[in-house]
Design a protein around this ligand. Structure first.
Ligand SMILES: C[S@@+](CC[C@H](N)C(=O)[O-])C[C@H]1O[C@@H](n2cnc3c(N)ncnc32)[C@H](O)[C@@H]1O
Length: 259
């Protein structure tokens, strides 16, 4: 049916007018990024400021299967990866409806409202490439959904990501996931394959700097006017260093279950 998905057990799930489908297992009060954060993310990423991260992701060779982005936001990186892989389809999974409305605009993306901490509504072994960019990751579920020859690629900030803004604007940071922490949390289901430190300078207007702050967790605690007032004390343009690690992992076969 055009506006409904049905599973093998004859459950049906309506596709929202805006193109996403809710596969949430249980009602949850957590609704992910706010509409204002999503607007800020679309403005900032749409201006190409994080293009080096897009390029790093687009070069990863997927294994057999689809591309899934867990905590996809507006699906910006997923769209770039799919643009580089015309033979693939993708799933943008997020807890935020306003983000998924944007992600659903790509012709080869299925946008799914789901909780990354719950069992993922994705078939076992069906994913050739899982993306996880500044977003929550559930190692056991990522391992389950990945094809044995699939790859998981994690983008996580280093300890000095956006340092100039963090100190002056009182920015809440996404936990600086240094490489050992990411690898330790993913073990024993994954082994590291490649790792690229992606570091680049941003030269930002106050408007762009406010969008950058406004798309992150600071915006859960400060409204747009507060963020703008904090940014106003910075020089304009302001130079900021983005510093992330792009790590690729391969799934380690699961040990045989105990008899
Ligand atoms: C920092 S944003 C990153 C978005 C996107 N990966 C990007 O870099 O543009 C984190 C994203 O994770 C989503 N998110 C947070 N907790 C989640 C959860 N438990 N399940 C699904 N999505 C979640 C938020 O709604 C948000 O879109």
């Amino acid at each position: 049916m055009g506006n409904t998905l049905r599973c093998a057990n004859r459950h049906s799930f309506d596709i929202a007018r805006q193109g996403y489908v809710s596969l949430l297992r249980a009602a949850t009060a957590f609704t992910g990024d706010t509409p204002a954060m999503v607007e800020a993310r679309a403005a900032f990423l749409g201006a190409g400021h994080y293009a080096p991260i897009e390029r790093a992701l687009a070069t990863v060779q997927p294994g057999p299967g689809c591309v899934v982005d867990v905590g996809a936001g507006i699906g910006h990186y997923l769209a770039r990866v799919l643009d580089a892989r015309p033979d693939r389809v993708g799933i943008a999974l997020d807890a935020a409806k306003p983000a998924l409305r944007r992600a659903a605009k790509h012709a080869r993306v299925g946008a799914v409202l789901a909780d990354a901490w719950q069992p993922l509504p994705i078939r076992t072994g069906s994913v050739g490439l899982a993306l996880n960019v500044f977003a929550p990751r559930n190692p056991a579920e990522l391992h389950r959904v990945l094809h044995p020859e699939g790859r998981l690629v994690v983008v996580a900030p280093t300890g000095h990501h956006l340092a100039a803004l963090v100190s002056t604007v009182d920015m809440v940071t996404v936990a600086a996931d240094k490489r050992e922490q990411v690898a330790a949390r993913l073990a024993p289901g994954f082994e590291p394959e490649t790792e690229v430190v992606c570091e680049f300078e941003l030269v930002l207007s106050h408007r762009d700097a406010a969008a950058l702050v406004g798309m992150g967790p600071t915006a859960f605690h400060a409204d747009a006017d507060t963020i703008a007032a904090r940014v106003a004390v910075l020089p304009e343009p302001v130079a900021v260093t983005a510093s992330v690690i792009v790590s690729s992992f391969r799934p380690v076969p699961s040990p045989p279950a105990d008899r």
